[in-house]
Write a protein that binds this ligand. Structure first.
Ligand code: UDP
Ligand code: MG
Length: 313
């Protein structure tokens, strides 16, 4: 088996038929399997997938989740079901042209020293200035605070050799920040530029709020530096307080009058109180992640599968 295509889909009823056609056309000369992971869609995605499976049992495999577990869980499920020399992840909304799959494949076949090809978005035309700015700032910030490297615009549209897939699925964490994991596992990655197309139908699942949540999750998952903030600020403010104390003592000794300080006292108290709460909050984020990981819950729960050998259909 040469190529596995993993397609995470969540409410993509209007896109998957077209995507199946596009993929079938593009991959006609290749030995391939398409693994659709239906991430608990609430629309007719499940029905459409069944139709596609009935039409094309040779190539189509389906994993239906019991509920929505998120794109990272869907990608993980797909990767754990691969058995090919190469595996590629592609979105289910036709934003990523399957022609690039052939380019990635060609590149990996020609360059034996490269293990992973990641597609890097040229700018999305419709993306707002604010969104672009926030994304860039996030990547810059991540590269400062994390030891794992993050490339601006690198997408989940990637092709891996078998050994990279084994590496990725060997990471047993429940809360999966895939962008970090793909880089953390190492190997030689080639970043290839591509142009993102507009969504065929439906709308994005990642609004600004979800993107913030995603970014925050990434920071907590791939860096422990925020935990150091409290220590550093604690040291700095104690040192400042000590110096200020000496100044006040000297002033009082020289002038003999106690220095009035109501306003400064209140502002310093509020500032430090705020800092303490932030520090506790950050600590809480890490503790809660640890708590959730200790439960060792599975990354996803599958409702049923179509097209896999071990299935009873
Ligand atoms: N997706 C998913 N589970 C989710 C959200 C999204 O499997 O909870 C899938 C979605 O169906 C699509 C891909 O992840 O195939 C990318 O999502 P989307 O197009 O909404 O993100 P964007 O392209 O806007 O970043
Ligand atoms: Mg999309």
């Amino acid at each position: 088996m040469k190529l596995n295509v993993i397609i995470p889909v969540y409410n993509e009823e209007g896109n998957i038929k077209l995507l199946h056609k596009k993929l079938s056309d593009a991959l006609i000369e290749i030995e391939y399997e398409l693994i659709f992971v239906n991430d608990g869609s609430a629309d007719n995605t499940s029905k459409r997938l069944k139709d596609i499976y009935n039409e094309d049992q040779k190539h189509v495999r389906v994993i239906n989740f019991s509920r929505n577990f998120g794109k990272d869980a869907a990608m993980y499920a797909g990767l754990t079901h691969t058995n090919a020399e190469y595996s590629v992840i592609i979105d289910g909304d036709c934003q990523q042209n399957p022609k690039y799959i052939l380019q990635m494949l060609k590149y990996l076949e020609q360059n034996k020293d490269i293990d992973q090809v990641a597609m890097v978005n040229k700018e999305r035309k419709k993306e707002s200035f604010l969104n672009k700015f926030l994304k860039k700032s996030f990547y810059k910030f991540m590269n400062i605070i994390s030891d794992t490297k993050f490339v601006i615009g690198a997408s989940d549209f990637r092709m891996f050799r078998e050994n990279v897939v084994s590496g990725i699925i060997s990471l047993g964490e429940n809360n999966r920040f895939s962008k970090g994991i793909f880089s953390w596992v190492g190997f030689n990655t080639y970043y290839m530029e591509y142009e993102v197309e507009e969504r065929n139908s439906g709308k994005t699942n990642f609004n600004l709020f979800k993107q913030f949540k995603y970014a925050f999750n990434g920071i907590i998952n791939f860096s422990v530096k925020p935990l150091r903030i409290a220590t550093v600020i604690g040291f700095i403010s104690s040192f400042g307080a000590f110096i200020y104390l000496i100044i006040i003592l000297i002033e009082t000794l020289i002038t003999g009058i106690a220095v009035p300080g109501y306003a400064s006292l209140i502002s310093i108290m509020l500032f430090l109180g705020g800092m303490q709460l932030i520090a506790i909050g950050i600590l809480g984020e890490y503790v809660s992640k640890t708590y959730l990981e200790t439960k060792k819950r599975p990354v996803y729960v599958a409702k049923n599968k179509l097209g896999f050998n071990e299935d009873i259909l």
